[in-house]
Design a protein around this ligand. Structure first.
Ligand code: NAG
Ligand code: NAG
Ligand code: NAG
Length: 206
């Protein structure tokens, strides 16, 4: 596992009793210091993983890392979004997973964790689209996730798709009026699991 890139988004799939939990967070500067922390590595190394290539337009690059428990899910396919319009600094690394659990509609427990409660109607395969936007182009990048969803639907013929940030969709990066330019917001077939009144922001740190 490459550990030496400046910043990564970490997506963890945890199995807790009878539901599947999914969380996404920015682990920021996962370099020598964090990767030599044995208590941290002891925890991380109990998971299986799939990781993207280093992504970025310059020498500053990031990776998307999915950690998951093998008893609960397995990775079926993956691809890195073909970003022809160069909309993203770090184009999404998309995975489709299959679960041993039967899943229903997801619900947010809080700003960082989503749970899928069992059971019918069952969803077995689901897609995760991660995205860490560049704060200064967050409006454009969040809007462009619509095109990634369109690509995934055509490619894998599924609508079981969960998009996960760090979207930087707050602070001064995405303001009230900007939402009208964001198709994930204006197209009401998308459901936002984390409500607008939840404080997910840490303005000043991207
Ligand atoms: C190692 O990581 C843990 C969190 O998992 C943290 O509490 C601890 O302070 C870190 N140790 C060092 C030496 O950075
Ligand atoms: C990801 O997809 C590529 C291209 O299809 C494939 O070669 C690779 O084995 C996949 N990686 C994993 C871990 O499934
Ligand atoms: C989110 O909810 C989970 C499950 O209840 C809890 O363990 C975790 O600490 C919560 N995280 C935050 C950031 O509130």
């Amino acid at each position: 596992m490459h550990l030496l890139f400046s910043l990564s988004l970490l997506l963890a799939l945890l199995h807790v009793t009878s539901c599947l939990l999914i969380g996404a967070f920015n682990i920021k500067q996962f370099g020598d210091k964090k990767s030599s922390n044995t208590s941290l590595i002891d925890v991380i190394s109990t998971y299986k993983y799939i990781v993207s290539e280093p992504l970025g337009r310059s020498t500053y690059q990031e990776q998307y890392l999915f950690l998951y428990t093998e008893q609960t899910v397995s990775v079926v396919k993956n691809f890195t979004y073909d970003d022809k319009m160069d909309a993203f600094s770090r184009e999404p690394f998309v995975v489709i997973l299959t679960s041993t659990e039967c899943l229903t509609y997801p619900k947010a427990l809080n700003w960082s964790l989503v749970s899928f409660l069992s059971c019918s109607p069952a969803v077995k395969d689901f897609v995760l689209i991660p995205q860490h936007t560049s704060p200064d182009s967050a409006v454009k990048e969040v809007n462009s996730l619509f095109d990634v969803v369109t690509d995934v639907r055509a490619r894998w013929n599924t609508n079981n798709i969960l998009l996960m940030g760090d979207f930087n969709a707050g602070c001064s990066y995405v303001s009230g009026a900007d939402w009208q330019q964001i198709r994930l917001f204006t197209d009401k077939s998308f459901h936002w699991l984390i409500k607008d009144d939840v404080d997910t922001t840490d303005c000043g740190h991207s």
